[in-house]
Design a protein around this ligand. Structure first.
Ligand code: SF4
Length: 317
């Protein structure tokens, strides 16, 4: 059976949610904006490091936003590397494909984040890079798979997992405390070490989404531009919205982690054999957002619950 960081943390949070996502393999028909923005940001930065999906020979879609964005970065188009241009262009193209209400606001937000990120962190700053690195290990009855945003080698020859994070969390300290205690850095470091890769931890480049309000007399277009420009200005000056934190994991951390991981896999096997998918209602409002499966869990009538799954959810591909 295959498991991943996401499926294991889902099981730990709520076994019933694990059943919906990993056994029934369903997801809501419509994706939330944080998910859409996060995936477009990831795609743009992936293209920044690896010009594969985006064809650098394909003409760049030079829209007003892209033009303004280049000017706000205090650069001319000829000063930008192909990687920088392709990353910005990816945002334009992906939001054009999404074509949803409010796309324009989200396009400006993510364009600002990508423009700021590429200003601060050059695409060739690491000795070696493996974008979208995927691998797995066999642990008892399970294949534990990981796919990391990037695997990078620093100037001292150490490998680090490099995971981009976009967040609405206001407090940098609270966000970092959460990442410090999260399973993700443990699990990634553990799997890579088991495969003989000398990985010392995870570097998190974090992009904080600004909380801006539209002025009474401000147009939508003016507000969107102000949002994008503020992110670029911040990258040039204060860097309130951009920071990068390494989280180191020691060999002792790995020993403790292995014990918890094995216990969790045993627990998962027991739940699977007993078909014991209990709901953990303490996790229904994590991070202030309602769980995306709440419509199913609110229904106590099994027939209506089935109907809800059929009409409001789809099979994950
Ligand atoms: S709504 Fe609550 S009980 Fe239902 S799957 Fe989500 S977290 Fe679990």
């Amino acid at each position: 059976m295959k498991v991943s960081n996401t499926s294991l943390s889902t099981f730990r949070d709520c076994p019933y949610k694990y059943y919906l996502t990993s056994i029934l393999r369903i997801e809501p028909l419509t994706k939330s904006w944080p998910l859409i923005d996060g995936s477009i940001f990831h795609k743009a930065i992936e293209n920044y490091y690896r010009l594969t999906d985006a064809n650098p020979d394909q003409p760049i879609a030079m829209t007003d936003l892209l033009n303004n964005c280049i000017i706000w970065r205090k650069k001319k188009i000829e000063d930008l590397t192909t990687n920088e241009l392709v990353a910005l262009d990816t945002v334009e193209r992906e939001y054009a494909k999404a074509d949803l209400p409010y796309s324009d606001y989200h396009k400006h937000l993510v364009m600002g984040m990508v423009a700021g990120y590429t200003l601060l962190y050059p695409s060739n700053e690491f000795e070696e890079m493996k974008p979208e690195y995927a691998t797995s290990v066999i642990l008892e009855d399970y294949e534990l798979r990981i796919r990391v945003d990037n695997l990078v080698k620093d100037a001292h020859g150490h490998w680090w997992v490099y995971e981009y994070k976009t967040t609405s969390e206001d407090s940098k300290e609270r966000f970092l405390d959460r990442m410090l205690m999260d399973w993700q850095p443990y699990l990634y470091t553990y799997v890579l070490k088991r495969l003989g890769i000398d990985c010392v931890g995870v570097i998190y480049p974090v992009m904080k989404k600004p909380k801006f309000y539209k002025g009474l007399l401000e147009s939508d277009g003016g507000f969107n531009k102000r949002l994008c420009k503020s992110l670029i200005d911040d990258a040039l000056k204060e860097q309130k919205y951009f920071y990068r934190e390494p989280i180191f994991k020691s060999p002792d951390d790995m020993v403790d982690f292995e014990v918890s991981l094995m216990a969790m896999l045993k627990d998962l096997k027991f739940h699977t054999l007993e078909f014991l998918w209990v709901q953990n209602r303490n996790r229904c409002f994590d991070r202030r957002e309602p769980c995306e499966f709440m419509a199913i869990c609110k229904e106590s009538n099994p027939y209506l619950r089935e109907e809800c799954i059929k009409t409001q959810f789809k099979k994950r591909i």
